[in-house]
Design a protein around this ligand. Structure first.
Ligand code: ADP
Ligand code: MG
Ligand code: MG
Length: 494
């Protein structure tokens, strides 16, 4: 293996000048030590499956074991205040419950999204499925949510503010658990040199808890020969994150899973008169979606018909169409309106806690908000109803897009929401990608996983389930790891 190469950012000096001397560990690590740690981290990642498909290698997204590269990671865990960490963890079960309550209010979902439906074809198709299920009076007694609520620390207000709440395909439960282990391992070895204590990196239970939630759901379905079906994209370079979950599901819980694309499900899937979903001759207990959140996942009617088939079945859908819709940016914005949380949550403390983490969110029929965004576009993010990173609009493009949309007619505005832009404090971080490290000014986004499982009135699981820290150079707008903007990280409690 080649030794890691170092690429110095050209503007470190400039970056350092901007940074308050908060004693961040990255400031004082001698380059020889960085080289040694990077080397060890690369070996550790390779030996422990902290890997993704290499975009430079053919078939790395379809054939496991071919064209692997370590997942991009931060060399050292990011300092993060314990009180904010606790706050984020405490929010997880409240948001889980909120999602469940909102999912049951079909009118709220349909009405909130009715104007978006007219101008956003993808959301419209999802709503059609939702309507269809209402028509046939489909109910979901067993409901499973594997969620991730994402936050950034706003530097100006010192508030932990929510970026978004993911109800479909919350990624990286597998790899994030590994990054925390990697960091603990490095600090066990080099902690004395760095003045850091590995115990301050909280253990990350994302993978075991998500597997546990899937297993418990499988158990509620109560068919010992049924399997878990993972809905996947045909090309998926993040497949190892998914395989990790399935491996734990098998090894710890003895549950078999299979991977199918939407188009395969269309051809091979069948729903029996009693509602059982059959694929490859096997009954499916739980459908776990790691695809289906983007219009690209539905290139033809076949994929939509697979989605409808699954929704009609009695299999437990993670997520159901209702849970999926609750996770849209539009619903996030509607929930932030005055007196809306009160419709769904009873406990005043819970409502206050949730509201406290809401950033400014506006519909584009709010003319004052649109006017402000035109005047100061840098203070806003314009978001369409999309998932997976790389879809949001920032800076001057916010103004240009708003002008363009207004020309097309006010209806077009309903495809987007406006959000207050959050500015976290930047600090230096060693970012490692494709074997090369790079010291840069970086900002982080903390995701808290949450699992929710209920069967009728019985809540079987409602818990926070570990975390994902993503760190990106502060000059980058978007934050996706898979989309190539960020690296995986963990936290160092301060
Ligand atoms: P997606 O569902 O595509 O992940 P997000 O709402 O999470 O959409 O936005 C993608 C990324 O854009 C986030 O990970 C974050 O880095 C950045 N981002 C989103 N909203 C804001 C915001 N209000 N302020 C600053 N950055 C944001
Ligand atoms: Mg998302
Ligand atoms: Mg996101």
């Amino acid at each position: 293996m080649e030794p890691p190469r170092c690429v110095e950012s050209t503007d470190i000096q400039e970056a350092e000048n901007e940074i308050p001397a908060a004693g961040h560990p990255a400031r004082s690590v001698p380059p020889e030590l960085v080289e040694k740690m990077v080397y060890d981290a690369l070996v550790w990642s390779s030996l422990h499956g902290l890997v993704v498909g290499d975009r430079r290698a053919q078939s790395s997204g379809s054939v496991p074991g071919v064209g692997l590269v370590h997942a991009p990671f931060a060399l050292l865990p990011m300092p993060f205040p314990k009180s904010y960490w606790r706050q984020a963890c405490e929010l997880a079960p409240i948001f889980n419950e909120l999602v469940d309550r909102v999912s049951l209010d079909a009118d709220f979902l349909q009405n909130s999204l009715s104007r978006t439906k007219k101008v956003d074809g993808f959301t419209s198709r999802l709503l059609d499925i939702h309507s269809k299920m209402l028509e046939i009076k489909k109910t979901e007694d067993i409901r499973l949510g594997l969620h991730r609520s994402d936050y950034m620390m706003d530097a100006e207000t010192n508030l932990l503010l929510q970026i978004e709440f993911n109800t479909i395909s919350s990624s990286f439960p597998g790899l994030s658990s590994l990054v925390s282990e990697l960091h603990r391992n490095l600090l066990n070895k080099y902690g004395n040199d760095l003045g850091l204590d590995s115990k301050r990196v909280p253990g990350n239970t994302a993978i075991s808890r998500f597997a546990e939630a899937l297993a418990k759901a499988w158990n509620e379905y109560n068919n010992s020969s049924a399997i878990v079906m993972v809905v996947v994209q045909s090309e998926e370079r993040n497949m190892y994150d998914q395989h990790w979950l399935c491996a734990v599901l098998k090894e710890i819980h003895g549950i078999t899973s299979i991977r199918k694309t939407l188009s395969e499900i269309d051809v091979q899937g069948q729903v029996l008169p009693d509602g059982t979903l059959i694929i490859d001759g096997q009954a499916v207990a739980v459908i776990y979606f790691r695809a289906g959140y983007s219009p690209n996942d539905y290139p033809s009617e076949a994929e939509w018909s697979a989605r409808v088939l699954m929704e009609k079945s009695s299999a437990i859908k993670c997520p159901s169409i209702s849970y999926h819709l609750v996770g849209t940016k539009k619903i996030q914005q509607e929930l932030a309106k005055p007196n809306v949380l009160e419709r769904f949550l009873d406990n005043e403390d819970d409502i206050a806690k949730v509201r406290k983490c809401f950033a400014g969110l506006w519909s584009l029929d709010d003319t004052d908000a649109v006017k402000s965004a035109m005047e100061k576009p840098d203070l806003f993010v314009l978001k369409p109803q999309r998932e997976g990173g790389g879809n949001n609009i920032y800076g001057d493009t916010v103004r240009e897009t708003l002008i363009k949309l207004q020309k097309k007619g006010t209806e077009e505005l309903a495809a987007y929401i406006l959000m207050q832009r959050i500015f976290p404090t930047a600090s230096l971080a060693f970012l490692v990608r494709e074997g090369i490290w790079h010291l840069d000014n970086a900002i982080s986004e903390l995701g808290i996983y949450g699992a929710y499982l209920r069967n009728k009135d019985k809540v079987i699981m409602n818990d926070q389930c570990g975390y994902l820290m993503r760190t990106k150079v502060s000059s980058s707008n978007e934050g996706g790891v898979a989309a190539g903007f960020a690296v995986l990280d963990s936290i160092y409690l301060t």
